[in-house]
Design a protein around this ligand. Structure first.
Ligand SMILES: Nc1ncnc2c1ncn2[C@@H]1O[C@H](COP(=O)(O)OP(=O)(O)OP(=O)(O)O)[C@@H](O)[C@H]1O
Ligand SMILES: [Mg+2]
Length: 222
């Protein structure tokens, strides 16, 4: 097992331009994530957690400083190569679940596979749906699921390609304590199996169960 970091950020900066004003959201972030690490990212609303996850998740390459996944600088990749690396290495659980309403649970989980060559891997899709406890709801549409069940579909979709690193944005937001606890147990199992997890959250229970907690404040981590 290699101890090399999956992801490394150094002096990462991100600003946005609003009309004539430049707003700095991330002003110098240093972090690294290793295999099997479960890390919580906390900070007030608007502190830049989602912005940071987008850059680390190779969805936003408009940053300064360095962000490397296995020594590959994300900004230096073409859009197509960045998408390929994202598909191969990363899973993303978004703040709003981003499930497609007209597709079933099974079809939503198979969605990322549609963008790749080769046959749809039904066996793998059913396996990840089973692992989040929804084996009996394969052909349900999102509107007929609870919030926690929808969030678990989003997690199953992120796990489909066996990512090395999963980035989660508020995965237990709006969930009751019991469903939140199921998702926490799922995260424990994932990191035990070697997946690295970075979880942006306002939920103290996640921070308590994480190996470490990063606090985002004024654009920097503490
Ligand atoms: N695409 C964008 N263009 C301009 N400003 C943006 C953009 N995305 C985020 N911001 C700004 O960056 C700041 C941080 O937003 P972000 O969504 O990262 O916060 P957050 O920590 O995830 O908050 P929350 O806990 O509410 O989800 C906010 O002030 C927001 O307005
Ligand atoms: Mg956010």
């Amino acid at each position: 097992m290699s101890e090399a970091a999956i992801l490394t950020a150094k002096e990462l900066k991100r600003d946005f331009v609003h009309a004539t004003e430049r707003v700095t959201v991330l002003s110098g972030i240093d972090l690294s994530l290793k295999r099997g690490e479960r890390v919580a990212l906390v900070g007030p609303s608007g502190s830049g957690k989602s912005t940071l996850l987008s850059v680390l998740g190779a969805l936003d390459a408009d940053y300064q400083g360095s962000v490397r996944i296995h020594d590959v600088e994300l900004r230096e990749l073409t859009d197509a190569r960045r998408a390929e690396l994202r598909n191969r290495t990363l899973g993303f659980v978004f703040q709003a679940y981003n499930l497609l309403a007209h597709l079933t649970v099974l079809e939503n989980v198979l969605l990322p596979a549609r963008f790749r060559a080769g046959r749809l891997d039904l066996t793998r899709a059913k396996e990840v749906i089973h692992s989040v406890g929804l084996a009996d709801k394969l052909s349900r549409k999102p509107a007929t699921l609870s919030g926690g069940e929808r969030q678990r579909v989003a997690i199953a979709r992120a796990l489909f390609h066996q990512p090395e690193l999963v980035l989660c944005d508020e995965p237990t937001g709006n969930l009751d304590a019991e469903t939140g606890a199921e998702i926490l147990a799922l995260f424990d199992r994932l990191s035990t199996s070697g997946v690295a997890l970075l979880i942006a959250t306002h939920d103290d229970a996640i921070a308590e169960r994480a190996h470490r907690t990063l606090r985002l404040h004024h654009g920097r981590l503490a």
